[in-house]
Design a binder for this molecule. Structure first.
Ligand SMILES: [Zn+2]
Length: 249
């Protein structure tokens, strides 16, 4: 059923100047974020969705005069299928050449190897063939040694390694603009990422949430559900929730 909705437009919102949010609009998809270079119209994309939703993203971008052919950089939060599968059709759709792809540690390794079983673990119970997307090895820039990412002229992100949901999970944090892009570490409304996938761990997830709880965050831009401009409050809520759950173990 949800496969047929793939073409539908992703709803967008300009969060702050030159930073856009496109919300997930089907099962097994993710929120996506775009940063625009005010000087050149170049675009950076955070997470690629499930691939089927890619045309919906492109349509949503049109409303904001964002031309998808200008995507030159892709930043990934982690290695899961709903965040990375869009890489492959995107790679083919960009006529000016492939984008630079950035990921951390295990995520970079998995994408470089092009291993289907790790991108879509059996536990998800999803037959990747249904997506009709071919996975192939990609050149990926590993962020393991990157302290800082300068994105065009206005944004500077630091990379925080935040495992617990997956081995390759990171957060992107801009301390000047107080933006956190946490992938599936924390969500709004007190939610947090699952820790029962391969490489996941509840205690590690708690430590990672504790670490980002110390950051000064206004804009919380997670991989699923809504966004918030009360970032610190939301992260603190997730931290309290996960602590209360862990006390049952
Ligand atoms: Zn995930």
């Amino acid at each position: 059923m949800f496969f047929s909705s793939g073409e539908s437009e992703k709803k967008g919102k300009e969060v702050i100047k030159n930073l856009y949010y496109f919300s997930e609009n089907q099962m097994l998809d993710c929120n996506q974020y775009i940063i625009k270079d005010s000087n050149s119209d170049k675009l950076a994309l955070f997470d690629t969705g499930n691939g089927i939703s890619l045309n919906g993203l492109f349509k949503g971008m049109e409303k904001f005069n964002l031309e998808y052919q200008n995507i030159t950089k892709v930043f990934l939060t982690h290695e899961h299928v709903d965040h990375v599968l869009g890489l492959y059709p995107l790679f083919k759709a960009l006529k000016n050449g492939p984008p630079e792809i950035y990921a951390y540690g295990e995520t970079a390794k998995i994408l470089e190897a092009g291993k289907k079983a790790q991108i879509c673990p059996d536990i998800l119970g999803i037959n990747l063939d249904l997506f009709g997307i071919e996975i192939f090895p990609l050149n990926v820039k590993n962020l393991v040694n990157s302290k800082e990412i300068k994105l065009f002229s206005e944004f500077t992100f630091q990379v925080y390694y935040t495992p617990g949901h997956s081995l390759g999970s990171i957060c992107y944090y801009d301390s000047n603009k107080k933006i956190l892009i946490p992938g599936d570490l924390v969500f709004t409304g007190g939610s947090f990422g699952r820790y029962d996938f391969p490489g996941g761990s509840l205690s590690t997830l708690i430590t990672s949430i504790k670490n980002v709880n110390n950051l000064d965050v206004k804009y919380l831009l997670p991989g699923h559900m809504g966004i918030s401009d009360q970032g610190n409050q939301q992260i603190a809520l997730s931290y309290r929730m996960i602590q209360s759950i862990s006390s049952f173990y």
